[in-house]
Design a protein around this ligand. Sequence first.
Ligand code: CP
Length: 307
Amino acid sequence: MRHMLNPLDFSVEEIDQLLSLASDIEHHLSQYAHVCDGKILATLFYEPSTRTRLSFESAMLHLGGSVLGFSSANSSSAAKGESVADTIRTVSCYADIAAMRHPKEGSALVASMASNIPVINAGDGGHQHPTQTLTDLMTIRSLTGRLDNMTIGLCGDLKFGRTVHSLIEAMVRYPNVKFVLIAPDELKVPSYIRDDVLKAHNIEFKEVNSLDAAMPELDILYMTRVQKERFFNEEDYIRLKDSYILNKEKMKLAKDNMFVLHPLPRVNEISTEVDSDPRAAYFKQVQYGMYVRMALIMTLLEVQKPC
Ligand code: CP
């Protein structure tokens, strides 16, 4: 039995196969309508979500399976003090696979150790969000035709932004990928990413404050929201929340073939006037998220492709 807790749980070759399956699903959706008939996905969300939870549910429904679950800790027995381990043992009796989001780092790992069914980490605190990374990889590969030889700018809250941490870990495995890390000093990437991932892999990267100066060299700009829910005091959040706002003027500094990604939800960091720019790819990214989660469910349940 396999879980998906971290993007590195899958080799580069396995990720490649998974993205190819997701692409096949995108182009032949109806052929996959019954491959998970009779299977049940549990969505265990202790933290709010729109895209991740609904895309998992939509993915399983598109595969012919069913879904059950809860969308907040308060509507589960966590509110009465039940542990994650006991919850997943219980859910293992009802479902074939589970996607779990939890505010505490490491909670998906704890769940996987007690589980009798595959566990997918749908976000654990400020740590990892591997299925967002699969979404990001599919988006980049679909739009540019490659996952190597590119400069990626990551902008915003690089300290608490778990999607950033997962994406860096995944992308350092491809040749000639460079990073420009654009953040205020207080929101730089944590040392376990800077030292243990980027420096340890001899990856070319720089840490800067200016988005304008970075724009011309980027192939991908990955914008992120300042993560209000992870701040210890509101004053700091208010001071930092509008550090970067991508607008039409800034887009003029970018390459014609640069793409803007964002895991969403956005707050102010991308002006809505950018949405109509052909380089704005964040809603396409949402669509790719469902296909890639369909491919992941099939892979973890060892469901065969239809003939
Ligand atoms: N990208 C993402 O995780 O969005 P949600 O918080 O809406 O699931």
